[in-house]
Every structure is written in C-alpha cells, then in structure tokens.
Ligand binder design. Structure first.
Ligand SMILES: NC(=O)c1ccc[n+]([C@@H]2O[C@H](COP(=O)([O-])OP(=O)(O)OC[C@H]3O[C@@H](n4cnc5c(N)ncnc54)[C@H](O)[C@@H]3O)[C@@H](O)[C@H]2O)c1
Length: 378
C-alpha cells in the first residue's frame, strides 16, 4: 500500500516539474481547443466562430497538443490561391511553423481559405490567419505565390509582365516590415522574379530564394525511380538551370546507390537505354504542361517542395537543394538560375558548383542567356 502511495507522489512531483517547465503543459495535455474569431463589429472574441457571421476578420486556432510544435516560427504566404493555400496546408500538417499568415489582394477569398484551413488546424499545431503586410514583422520566411498562372499552352515566360508588376507592389511592402526575413519566390517565371525580388527588396542574394528547379529535380527523381524500379529517394540526379524550357538534366553526375547509371544497370542487371532516359527528362520538363492541360494548375508538388525549402531555413540543417538565386552561371553575370545550394537559417548561403561536362556547361550557358534576355527587357 505504501509503495502505491509513493508512486502517486512521484507522478505528482513529475507533473508539477513539467508544469513549471511549460505552464501550458497541463492545458495542452487536456486537449483544450482554443478556436476564436475576432469580429469586425466589435473586438470581442467569440468562442464559436459561427457566431461571427460574415463580419469576421480573423480566425485563430491555438495549439491543441504540445508534441513537436515549432515555437514562435511565423511563415507568411503572399497569394492565397491554389499554390499558396496548398502550401499553407502542407506546412500546417508538417508542424514546422506555429503561425501561418495568408495575405491576398482578395481578402474574402483568403478568409474563406483560412476558415477552411482552421478546421484542419484543429488536428495540427499551428494557428492560421488572414493578415496584411504588417504581419510580416519577425517572419522567418515570406513565400510569394501571388500572381497569374499559366493557361494551357502558355510558357512560364509568358507571365512575366503581369507578375513583375505585382512584384513591384508586393516586394517593397514585405521588405518594409520584414527587412531581415528570407523571401521564397514561387511565382512564375520564377528565375526572372527571383532576380526582380532581389533588386526590389535590396536583400542580399542568400535571402532571396526561388523554388527554381527543386520541383523539376523532384519530378526527375520520380521519373528515374519509376524507370529503374527504385525509390526516388535513392536516385541522386538533378535538374539545373531555368525552371522552364531551357532546364537541363545533369546526366554526368546522376547516380543510384553511389554508382553512375550505366554502372548501376550493369550491376543490377537493368537494361541501359539512352532513349528511355531522354524520355524521363522530357516527361520531367513537360510535366507541368500536361498537368495544366488536364486540371488547369499544379499545386501539390510545388507546395511540398516549398515546405522542403523552408525546412533547412527553420531547422538550420544545411540541406543541399537545387534552388534559384542570383549569381553568375555559365559565365553569365547577374542572373538567377538553379544550381545546388546550401540552405540554412541564413538562407541559400552557398553555391555548390557542379563538375559539369562540356556539353552541360554549354547548355547551362544557353539557359542563363535565355533568362538574362528576359530580365534585361523588364
Ligand atoms: N514555382 C513553381 O514550381 C510553381 C508551380 C505552380 C505554380 N507556380 C506559379 O505560382 C503562381 C500562383 O499560381 P496559383 O495556381 O496559386 O494561382 P491562383 O490564381 O490560384 O492564385 C494567385 C493568387 O494571387 C493573388 N494575388 C494576385 N495579385 C495579388 C497581389 N497584388 N497581392 C496579393 N495577392 C495577389 C490572387 O488573388 C490569387 O488568390 C503562378 O505564377 C504560377 O505560375 C509556380
């Protein structure tokens, strides 16, 4: 009997210590749901957002658990369209951020998305809300997904005039409130707009990151994984250059299980077919066109890639990714293109120059000249 009593004492002291270390421990462990909405008519906080009707300006959902929540990590997403909202959802489920803010010129749309997302937030560990540019203060990163999308048959470069004009408005407003943040650009044409965001913000190159060919590299690994019958994570192969039609696969450095593709085929008894590999690269380049032809947009892949770009920024983990940043590529100065880059809390802070063969060097130069040509006409 006395040993049972002793156990209760130990448990009680443990709970007290945990509560001291983190006062919200007991509240969270009870799974308390702190949904609230601030009404425009008065600032009274409603306990049930349905009471607020159409006057609501903000939805907040507090953390409901204490496991693995990212403390005080604010991520702002400018553009609550398809890409922005899917990114918010991916981020919410991932648990990397504690505060996700959506900014959109169409406030009503953003609010509708946030109301919907807040129901998903119930199962996650972040709050999601509609905001304005003042809310960029102290953001770990601001993702820009605002802008027009490709219509079937359009190239990414066809979007440049409209989306550059939006950037002239958006980027200085972000920079005003968050001069130390990291900009992550997803709007197309992403390389041209990464260059524009660098100029318009005045931020150093490492703090302006374009999602670039991180998406294409993922697609390429997916295609090669399917072709060779291995998990894409075991395929080390990259697409570099423009996130667009002049992108290039780096065949000379592609490996599976540490072996060049030809060697892997020999060792694994897999047929090596150059035309089949070229098909993988072609499907990679044309994937977005085909998806847009079929469903009008791409959103899931890019959202997952954007969360993957944020991960080393938030966790300071020195990941290497093919992202776009301003630099000199193929001898072409002051252009933004994707090459492998080290990412951490300081942004895309270091290039990892690749040992390309002569053919690849030539293709990279052509890609850089193409993007530079568009930049110089802005
Ligand atoms: N980098 C990539 O891999 C990748 C992949 C897919 C799409 N994209 C690009 O992302 C962009 C957005 O695509 P989407 O499918 O989300 O489009 P969408 O039309 O669904 O959303 C765009 C959103 O931007 C908002 N917006 C427009 N002007 C704004 C402004 N001045 N300030 C704030 N918000 C504004 C609109 O109201 C809309 O909600 C496009 O340029 C598209 O080409 C990039």
């Amino acid at each position: 009997m006395s040993s049972i009593g002793g156990c209760w004492w130990v448990l009680w002291i443990l709970a007290l210590v945990l509560h001291r270390a983190n006062p919200e421990f007991l509240q969270w462990s009870q799974g308390e749901h702190c949904a609230s909405m601030i009404c425009a008519t008065d600032t009274e906080q409603c306990t049930d957002y349905r009471d607020c009707g159409s006057e609501c300006t903000e939805v907040e959902i507090c953390k409901t658990t204490n496991s693995g929540a990212a403390e005080s990590i604010k991520i702002v997403i400018v553009g609550a369209g398809s890409v922005g909202v899917t990114t918010a959802y991916a981020l919410l489920l991932d648990g990397l951020a504690s505060d996700i803010v959506l900014i959109d010129i169409d406030k009503n749309r953003a609010l509708g998305e946030v109301m919907d997302l807040s129901h998903a937030a119930h199962f996650a560990q972040a709050r999601v809300r509609v905001g304005d540019y003042e809310d960029c203060v102290d953001a770990a990163a601001v993702i820009i997904t605002a802008g027009v999308n490709q219509k079937p048959g359009q190239t990414r470069l066809d979007l440049v005039k409209t989306n550059y004009a939006l950037f002239q408005d958006i980027v200085p407003r972000i920079a005003k409130f968050a001069p130390e943040t990291i900009l992550v650009v997803a709007t197309n044409p992403v390389d041209v707009l990464t260059h524009a965001a660098h100029q318009l913000s005045g931020f150093p190159v490492e703090r302006v990151i374009g999602s670039g060919t991180a998406m294409d590299t993922t697609r390429f690994r997916h295609e090669l994984g399917k072709h060779f019958g291995v998990n894409p994570r075991n395929v080390h192969a990259m697409i570099v250059g423009e996130h667009g039609d002049s992108q290039l696969p780096v065949w000379s450095l592609a490996t599976i299980s540490g072996m060049r593709l030809k060697d892997y085929c020999e060792q694994a008894g897999h047929e090596y077919s150059q035309p089949a590999l070229e098909d993988c690269a072609k499907r990679t380049k044309e994937a977005a066109y085909e998806i847009i032809q079929r469903k009008g947009k791409t959103n899931y892949g890019v959202a997952s890639v954007l969360v993957d770009v944020l991960r080393p920024i938030i966790t300071h983990s020195d990941a290497i990714m093919t992202v776009s940043r301003v630099g000199t590529y193929g001898g072409v100065e002051d252009v933004a293109l994707s090459m492998p880059c080290m990412l951490n809390r300081h942004g895309a802070y270091q290039d990892v120059p690749l040992l390309l063969n002569d053919r690849e060097k030539g293709a990279l130069r052509q890609s850089a000249l193409g993007v530079k040509g568009v930049i110089s006409k802005l």
